[in-house]
Write a protein that binds this ligand. Structure first.
Ligand code: SF4
Length: 330
């Protein structure tokens, strides 16, 4: 299937001052290091990993909100143009974002119906009456009762606000929704409703999702493909059922072992990783995971394993795994 979104060898570095070194050469923070993936239309790619692993920076690079240090993002085969130009603004209609904090994403001074209709006004679509009708139809479709349409964001619950954000993101009929931790600010009781709504909307509108979350259970439920990131790189990728049932990379094994499950046997113990992820300014040589890896070998601190096909439909970057082909991931 042709990719809607194609990300090739994406890199984003930042110059940073180290504490206590005001005058020297700035150090380099490697937020995203050679990330590649593709996303077909109407499908969901789940991006998981610990805080600071580069998930959100990847999302911003995909949307063109940040320029890459190197690499490219292709949308329907064409490079995403530079931010704020006419071509970028036209493309942004097709790529929308759902943020983690719905209250922060909404304007507290405007009724929610006005905010849902606003993207139509910005692109000059329809009359005022048509825009209002479209906004009301979409708000009904995402399950907001009519009596809330003219309310302000602070008068709504967290779940209702996230429905407003979703309606606003969908009103221009985008082909891609980038969801950055869309349920982590919501009560657990509301999370399932918002996830079901997202899936219903995806099915009805054939929109592709780049779904970023640290909630592995939710990622497993919504994704067609899952990519695990560690310190700016994808270290394992594959279909969710296989990846969660038989994780290949030691880091993924540790993440999966931490998912609470009443069905887990006594023999399936949680893998406790030692220490915190290293500072992305000082990424360890070789495999970046080697200081914490329970299976590390001498070669791991010297040679970085490439992300390669290791099983049918599976990619992983680990010296323990034998590549099934010489081809590395695209
Ligand atoms: Fe562990 Fe070595 Fe594999 Fe890295 S390459 S995950 S250190 S075994």
């Amino acid at each position: 299937m042709t990719a809607l979104l194609e990300v090739n060898h994406l890199v984003r570095h930042y110059p940073v001052r180290q504490p206590g070194s005001l005058w020297g050469k700035p150090a380099t923070l490697r937020a995203v290091n050679d990330v590649s993936f593709h996303l077909p239309p109407g499908k969901t790619l789940g991006l998981v990993g610990e805080s600071g692993c580069g998930k959100s920076t990847t999302a911003r690079l995909v949307l063109g909100l940040l320029p890459p240090t190197s690499g490219e993002v292709l949308f329907e085969g064409s490079p995403v143009p530079a931010r704020n130009g006419a071509a970028w603004r036209a493309l942004r209609r097709r790529m929308q974002m759902v943020y983690q904090d719905p209250l922060g994403a909404l304007d507290r001074r405007l009724p929610v119906a006005t905010q849902v209709a606003e993207p139509l006004l910005v692109v000059g679509q329809g009359t005022a009456a048509e825009r209002k009708e479209q906004a009301r139809d979409l708000m009904s479709a995402v399950g907001l009762p009519q009596h809330l349409f003219e309310r302000y964001p602070h008068e709504l619950s967290g779940g209702q606000r996230q429905r407003v954000v979703l309606a606003r993101a969908l009103i221009l009929r985008p082909s891609l929704l980038v969801c950055d931790e869309p349920i982590s600010a919501l009560d657990v009781s509301i999370q399932a409703q918002v996830i079901n709504l997202l899936q219903d909307m995806q099915e009805q509108r054939h929109v592709a999702l780049l779904f970023i979350s640290h909630d592995l259970k939710v990622v497993r439920q919504v994704s067609d493909e899952v990519a695990v990131m560690y310190l700016g790189r994808i270290i394992e990728q594959g279909p969710p059922e296989e990846l969660f049932q038989r994780p290949l990379h030691p880091y993924t094994q540790a993440l999966v072992s931490a998912i609470p499950s009443p069905w887990r046997g006594k023999s399936e113990r949680r893998i406790m990783l030692e220490g915190d992820p290293p500072n992305p300014v000082n990424i360890p040589p070789g495999c970046a995971f080697h200081p914490r890896c329970p299976s590390a070998m001498p070669v791991c601190s010297q040679q970085r394993p490439e992300l390669a096909a290791v099983d049918s439909g599976r990619l992983a970057a680990c010296h323990l795994l034998t590549p099934t082909s010489t081809e590395t991931a695209c």
